[in-house]
Design a protein around this ligand. Structure first.
Ligand code: ADP
Ligand code: MG
Length: 361
């Protein structure tokens, strides 16, 4: 087991800066998840940690040692990719033992380590099968087993579950959480899947265009996003964004309105100093934070476009007077008809406010 740290790490491909200076400390035994839109540099950063990409500037330390220019095989890491890359002609046992064979370990030692990994991953019945005789989930477990046998200080996962169907993904997600508890190993996990990030991570790192936007525990990011990007990225379905204007400051908070969206009056609490009267802000309202409209002034008015009834919850998609589309989560599947007008109540204590640059107010 080992912790690791990144110090002003940058990566350029030719003239393009893909990783624009990243600082991060990962404690021993932590489960850190990198999330961010496609192309933001998640894989590149992971591959730099693995040593599969060179680092243009900055320093990478694993277990306290500077490994910035150390060969991947000597970094004490193991990486699991989206594609399993198993050898089709080898058995499960041979696939898992392969890195140890390459390292020249005696066969008895290889057998013992493979047996132990197979036990942890529930692969014992399949050791003599070929990859083609396994399901997708079992194949990915073999790929993980191939990482485990090396007893790395740090496990690196790059979207390992993306090729699995939805049901298997849920199963494997739980397996990986269990594996982390059992091994207590440091893990860095790249995903674009909301739920994977929220459920697996001890801390989430939100990346955008090669920079860290925010780092924190999943619920910390959910409850306290620093900016609209993080607010919009963490949480599913996505946070709604609605333009509004500050009318005045009151003892209870600041009073906002947005006539174009039917919002007459909303009192909300700023996080820091409140901007002045007349300032345009963006409200961030999570779908799960809408309340019954009743007779309140704090409501949005819109036309319902689509109603998705999932049984437990219903998602109402509506378009506001200014064209903004919103998604509202409700437990009440009645009362919302497609094409009909509707009002949606806002709970001022749960609303986020962002300035013109998207920074949290
Ligand atoms: N070998 C490469 N040469 C040039 N550009 C690359 C190379 N690898 C990745 N990139 C670029 O770097 C950016 C980040 O890529 P990547 O790390 O794969 O993103 P992510 O994993 O977050 O989707 C992308 O714009 C991609 O096109
Ligand atoms: Mg990637």
């Amino acid at each position: 087991m080992a912790g690791l740290s990144l110090h002003s790490v940058k990566k350029r491909f030719g003239d393009t800066e893909v990783i624009a200076g990243v600082d991060l400390k990962v404690e021993e035994g932590e489960f850190v998840v990198f999330v961010g839109p496609s192309g933001c540099g998640k894989s590149t950063l992971l591959r730099m940690i693995a040593g599969l990409e060179t680092t243009s500037s900055g320093r990478i330390e694993i277990g306290g040692a500077d490994v910035t220019h150390v060969d991947p095989a000597k970094r004490g890491i193991a990486m699991v990719f989206q594609t399993y890359a198993l050898y089709p002609h080898m058995t499960v046992a041979a696939n898992m033992g392969f890195p140890l064979e390459m390292a020249g370990l005696p066969q008895t030692e290889i057998d013992a380590k493979v047996a132990e990994a197979a036990r942890v991953l529930h692969l014992e019945p399949y050791l003599q099968r070929k990859p083609r005789e396994l399901s997708g989930g079992q194949r990915q477990r073999v790929a993980i087993g191939r990482a485990i046998v090396r007893q790395p200080g740090v496990f690196l996962f790059d979207e390992p579950l993306s090729n699995l169907d939805a049901e298997l993904r849920v199963q494997m997600r739980i397996e990986i959480a269990r594996l982390h508890q059992q091994l207590g190993a440091t893990m860095i996990y790249v995903t674009h899947d909301q739920v994977e990030a929220m459920t697996l991570a001890s801390r989430i790192v939100v990346l955008r265009a090669g920079r860290i936007e925010q780092v924190g525990a999943p619920l910390e990011l959910y409850h306290n996003p620093d900016n609209s990007f993080v607010g919009g990225f963490i949480g599913s379905p996505r946070m709604n964004f609605v333009k509004a204007r500050i009318i005045r400051r009151t003892d209870e908070g600041i009073e906002l309105s947005a006539p174009a969206t039917g919002l007459a009056k909303l009192i909300a609490q700023p996080r820091g100093a409140s901007p002045g009267e007349g300032t345009e802000v963006t409200l961030g309202i999570r779908p799960e934070h809408f309340v019954a409209a009743k007779g309140s002034d704090a409501t949005l008015a819109g036309q319902v476009s689509v109603v998705e009834r999932l049984g437990g919850v219903t998602y109402v998609h509506a378009s506001l007077g200014d064209g903004t589309m919103i998604t509202v989560e409700t437990r009440d599947d009645k009362g919302f008809g497609e094409g009909a007008d509707a009002r949606f109540g806002i709970d001022g204590s749960k609303v986020f406010m962002f300035d013109a640059d998207g920074q949290r107010i």
